[in-house]
Design a protein around this ligand. Sequence first.
Ligand SMILES: [Mg+2]
Length: 230
Amino acid sequence: MSLRTVLFDAGNTLISLDYPRLAAAVGGATGVSLTADGLAATAGDAALALERGDGTDRERASRYLELLFELAGVPRSRMELVRETLLQLHQERHLFGAMDPGTPAALTRLRQAGLRLAVVSNSDGRAEEALAAVGILEQFEFVIDSQLVGIEKPDPRIFRIALERMGLEPAEGLYVGDIYEVDVIGARRAGLDVILMDPLGHHAGRDVRTARNVAQAAELVLLQERQVST
Ligand SMILES: [Mg+2]
């Protein structure tokens, strides 16, 4: 059975944190000197620390944000200020307001190759808004937001909702996401093939194909399709 759809995670796959905005606002509120590059450099370690933690993915998401700032040098005693500032920023505009510049063209290539695209995201009801803000919402047939369907990854049912909406079988789908325990485990439980986003090469030894960014993931998918069709 050949591939018909590529499903994407949103946060840290299609879209990423707007580090300059976060560094400026949280730095200002806490009095700690933060730079966008300094924050971005802690992202890999924060994600790894998170994989070892438990709780719902929602709880892990807030913990992840706090860890970024803790690893960038904000003392724990100022974490309440960090939380308040992030909440205010997120109310004004989605925190995940940045995107790799190669992403829109990669999505277009996948669609031009006849693949159907959708998003399956653990989010707070605002995944669509975030994708619209960076200008890629129209690339997708729909967005499944955990907050709106009441199921979150790694529960395989959230992926099945997307497949059923498309009328496709698991073997016709592939998922691209960035957290092994949530995205790889969940998508495999639903019977999907997976590509793990691994911009820093943290997962090189793991039992899953990895890509540095969406453009490279698309490249892997299109290469695989060419091999299947020849
Ligand atoms: Mg993610």
